[in-house]
Design a protein around this ligand. Structure first.
Ligand SMILES: [Zn+2]
Length: 400
């Protein structure tokens, strides 16, 4: 409970610090991102989101504290045990009850966020049908991937006990690499359509850039992001022959040809600098360490009792461990964010070298303006939460 209370107040302090900078004077380099009306709108958007996150996080905070105080997890455990005595099935049922309950509680907030806040600021393109269909697909994936991994880990634990973390590590690594390679052909198509670039001047421009830097155009796809939101994006994913760069259709509509090539150059930069590979490697190491530390807790029945269960079980330890381990994962997260920001600078420098830094700056400004993003976040907030440097930092680095 101390950890949960600490996390909540840390988050509130970070959020307060960040909001203290909302009305700061805009630095010279980013003054032309917004016109007056758009700037006023972005200020409103920040404040509405801030109030909403205060509401949702306070609600979740009070809810989880009550759950711990009233031993709700213990009741969930009993419910699962009343159905079956197979330890793997008990665990799957137990997590299914938690997921379902948390989804029911969170859905009204998600609906409000999408259909009231995002709608009011003109971002939302999602229909209620798509919203609930996404939810069903999410449950389906959680059941297959989440359920599969949980069942596998518990099965390995029951078979091997002491050395279980090594076998679990090997299994989870295999699954992580598989998902990384095949998510764009197996998972993304459940939610979006990805198509090759249409013939035309944009494709020609991208083709000639790809030829110049040695990247296969066949790995560039356009995704129908406009199905859900007007916000735009581009990303690099996958490894080896499964690598691909995905451009949002919204990005293609909003940016000029040169700006799109500059964004593409940034994404190719991520590939050339092997960022995706390094991330997978770090993920594998992190998983190994987490599983090892976890294995030290598995024999101790106190964690199960602390959550209100009468019987010691591995799924109770998984849940308790998720809370106890969070200070460590926060620190790891800080390091990974720092690394991710340095990757962004590297990809920007790549784009500057092989494409054009003015085009990239123009593109980044348009993207920031379109998404009403915060141009003056607090540095401490950036340090904790930003996976990308701020627009101002990126512009300054590009102009150096
Ligand atoms: Zn990037």
């Amino acid at each position: 409970m101390s950890i949960i209370i600490f996390n909540f107040f840390l988050e509130r302090i970070l959020s307060l610090l960040n909001s203290s900078r909302y009305d700061s004077k805009l630095p010279e380099e980013v003054r032309d991102v917004y016109d007056n009306e758009q700037y006023y709108k972005s200020q409103e958007y920040k404040k509405v989101n801030e109030r909403f996150s205060l509401l949702t996080s306070t609600f979740s905070f009070l809810l989880i504290l009550s759950i711990l105080i009233f031993h709700v997890f213990g009741y969930f455990d009993q419910m699962a045990r009343s159905v079956t005595s197979n330890p793997i099935l008990v665990a799957l049922l137990f997590f299914a009850i938690i997921m379902l309950a948390s989804d029911i509680v969170n859905t009204p907030f998600a609906l409000y966020d999408t259909f009231v806040i995002e709608e009011k600021f003109g971002f939302n393109k999602t229909t209620l049908g798509t919203f609930f269909l996404d939810k069903l697909k999410g449950w389906f994936l959680a059941a297959i991937i989440g359920g599969g991994v949980t069942a596998l880990i518990i099965w390995i634990y029951l078979l091997t006990k002491e050395m279980f973390w090594i076998y679990a590590w090997i299994a989870v690594t295999g699954i992580m690499i598989f998902i990384n390679m095949f998510s764009s052909t197996l998972i993304v198509p459940l939610f979006n359509k990805q198509t090759p670039l249409e013939d035309g001047p944009l494709k020609d421009a991208i083709q000639s850039f790809c030829d110049k830097v040695g990247f296969n155009l066949g790995n560039v796809f356009v995704i129908d992001g406009s199905k859900r939101s007007t916000k735009s994006n581009a990303y690099f994913t996958g490894i080896g022959s499964k690598k691909r760069i995905v451009l949002y259709d919204t990005l293609i509509n909003d940016l000029s040809e040169n700006e799109i090539v500059a964004v593409l150059a940034h994404e190719i930069g991520h590939y050339k600098k092997k960022h995706s590979l390094t991330n997978i490697l770090l993920g594998v190491i992190q998983t190994g360490i987490t599983l090892y530390v976890f294995s030290l807790f598995t024999v101790n029945p106190m964690l199960s009792w602390a959550l209100g269960a009468k019987v010691h079980s591995i799924h109770m330890v998984i849940l308790a461990f998720g809370i106890i381990y969070s200070p460590i994962s926060t620190v790891v997260g800080l390091a990974l964010n720092q690394l991710s920001r340095s990757y962004e600078y590297q990809a920007d420098q790549y784009a500057k070298k092989y494409s054009n830094s003015d085009d990239l700056i123009a593109a980044l400004k348009k993207l920031s303006s379109k998404s009403l993003s915060n141009l003056t976040p607090h540095p401490v907030y950036v340090f904790f939460h930003y996976s990308h440097p701020t627009l101002l930092q990126r512009i300054r680095a590009l102009k150096k």
